[in-house]
Structures are given as C-alpha cells and as structure tokens.
Design a protein around this ligand. Sequence first.
Ligand SMILES: *Cc1c(COP(=O)(O)O)cnc(C)c1O
Length: 436
Amino acid sequence: MKKPLPSLVGFSEKNHQWFAEGISLAKLAHDFSTPLYVYSKEAICSAYRAYDAACIRPNGTRRARIHYAMKANSNLAVLDELKQLGAGFDLVSGGELARALQIGADPKSLVFAGVGKSSAEIENALRAGVKCINVESISELQRINIIAKTLGLRAPISLRVNPDVNANTHPYISTGLKDNKFGIAFHDVLKTYREAARLPHIDVLGIDCHIGSQITSASPYLDALDKVLGLITQLQLEGITIHHLDLGGGLGIDYGGESPPNITEFTNTLLNRIEEQGFNHLEVLLEPGRSLVGNAGVLLTQVEYLKTGVDKNFCIVNAAMNDLMRPALYEAYHAIVPVQMSSAKPNQYDVVGPVCESGDWLGKDRTLAVYEGDILGILSAGAYGFVMSSNYNTRGRAAEVMVDGNQAYLVRERETPESLFNNERTLNQASTLKQK
Ligand SMILES: *Cc1c(COP(=O)(O)O)cnc(C)c1O
C-alpha cells in the first residue's frame, strides 16, 4: 500500500533524518526511550491560529470562538498551550472538567457535552460555572433542572440536535445519523425546547450539533447547518431566542492522501453561510479536536525483530495497540517512516506490536528499509493516540514529550509496572484492610 506522506507542520525530513522542530527524532528516542509520543508546539499553535484568524471576519468582528475538544489529546501541556492562545474547551466527562480546572481555564470558556452525564458530573459542572451544558435528551434536561434547583441556580444549556446527515466517515465516528445514540432526534427538538423553556431552573442559551469526526468535506456541515438555522427561525417564532450556535468539531486531517478543506477555508465556508442566511447576531462556537492536534504528534517506536513468515514479513516493534489503538479499532491508516535512513534493503512488512492479539497491528503491507534496533515514527498520532491508550498486557503507557524549537519537555512520564497494580490487592490484603 503506497500512499503519499501527510503534509506536516513542525515535523520534517532533512538530510535523511526526521526532526521535530529543531531536534532529531532519533535523539528524542535515545534521550527519552520508546515508545514515545512527541508533540510539536509549533504545529498545535499554527493550527489554532488558522482557526482563530478565520473566526475574525473581514470587517474585524469576531464571529466565532474555538473550544478545543480535549478528548483528542488532553495532556495538561497541550491544554495549557491552547489556553494561552485563547482557546476554550469542550469537555465530555468530569475528568476532563478536572483537567480544565487544573490548568486554570476560565469556567466561562467551558462547554460540557456527552450523552451520559452523571448527576455528579452535572453538579460539578454547574458548581464550577461552565458556560453551557449541551443536553442530549429530555431526561437529562429534567435531571439538570432538579440539580440546578438544589444548587439554587439556573443551568445554562443548549440542546444537541441530531440533524440526521451522513458525514461520510467511519461508522464508529459518525454521530449525526438518526441511528446514532447522539443528540435529540430532529422531530423531537421543538418539543424539547418548549420543555426547556418551561423548566424554571433551565436557561436556554443555544443550539448544538456535532455530526462526526475525520470529515473530509464541508458539505455535510452545510446540510446540518441549514437544518439547524431552520430550527432557530422556528424557535424564534415561538418566542425562544437562541444566542449561540455550536457547530461541534469533526474536521478531518491528512493521514496520507486525504484532502480535507483547510482550516481557514472550512471556517470561512461555515461563517459565510451563517451570514448569508442573515444570522449575523449569532455567537458561533467551534469544537475542533483532531484538526488541532492530529498532525502535531508522532509516536516513536523501536524495531525489536524482523520476522519472515510464509506469506508475510513482520516488523515487530515495541509500540502496540495499547499505545495507539486507531488501527485496531478503525483499521485506521498511519504513515510509518524510519526516522533515519539506513542502508537496509527495502522489504514489505506488517508492522505489529508485542500484544497477544492478531488485531495488534500498526500498519499493513508497508515497504520499509529497516534493521532491527531502528526507530520508526508513526505519523499523525497526536489525536486519539495517547488518550486512547491502555495498560493491556500490563504495559505501562508511553511517555509524552513536547518540543518547542530546540527544547524538548517531558510532559508525561512513562508509567512503571508498579504504578499499574498499585491500586490492586490480593484477597488477603483486602481482608486485612477491611478489618482496620
Ligand atoms: C469528539 C468531539 C469533538 C471533536 O471532534 P474532532 O473530530 O476531534 O474534531 C467535538 N465536539 C464533540 C461534542 C465531540 O464529542
């Protein structure tokens, strides 16, 4: 399988060596060991700036704000850099709320999404004073109303609408079809807004939709947008005013051959449509995740063994499906490159990890010129990489490094085996504890 390399900012190849900004990936692998996630600060900043610049319209008014969907990569260093650039955040759990508060994010820059928010999560979000809770069902709306009443406040909410549009992406990351669990079914939206308007501890602020991820064309967004703008008009006729429109995230990136609209084009297309339809008063929120960080990260791994099979050759590396789950989960493609050119003879390999599952592969049928011991870079691993990693096979999760120019910062230490079973006890130990 021969695909073009993704075009990257912050990572480049010079004189047969790959670099993260000013530092060679070989040096980072040597200094921090592998598997290792490496992020480029410049790549994150440049993607953010592309969004932010497009949020300001030609006449100088700011029409939209960016709320980074931190589930894509929630390392505190990533969050802190984006906060410093002015980003707000989109949260999907109480854990993510705790991360946002940990880096000192302004609660008014936080929106809280998710189809199954617990009472404790809702209470914590309301106590923290988040900007908005995006509500996904009538039961959730009623639950929020009760919790807000106990806290003696009014909960700021949007309803997440399921616009029933096909985002043409992998079924597991498609969220805006009527068969998906997400959002309020299109034909129930008006009735749910009426209920929201009636509830005394609910403050209706906006409307929200998020149709999926790794979307490579603007057209499903425009379809969803038109439907949502129609709803806003109908709601106004009923005396329900919508102040903000949250269009979710989902813009795809180039993993090798995709050509999604670039960030500026994409943002302009959406904002132009909103203005053309006469909704100049609406505050717009965008919640990009992958498109801010996906191409800002590389996973470094070392070749342990080269193994010749009957029909296939295997390049067995020290990273696995527990480190980067996307290939196993979605059959996702990541470009894989040796970080230093070697004199090895090119050969075709399946790049696989040490985990005891045949689903544990990182790349199939790749032509690589490598020796045992060489370092490979798995590209475009900045989004849904580390955050989806697990401890399967009692493998400690990888370390994470952020590079800024000629400086490398260890932003998460490698996990030790002991840390993985620290919270466990044998029955004997547990019964001793119970007696105390
Ligand atoms: C996951 C998610 C996003 C971000 O999606 P990307 O494809 O990473 O841009 C935005 N909003 C919500 C509600 C999400 O669940």
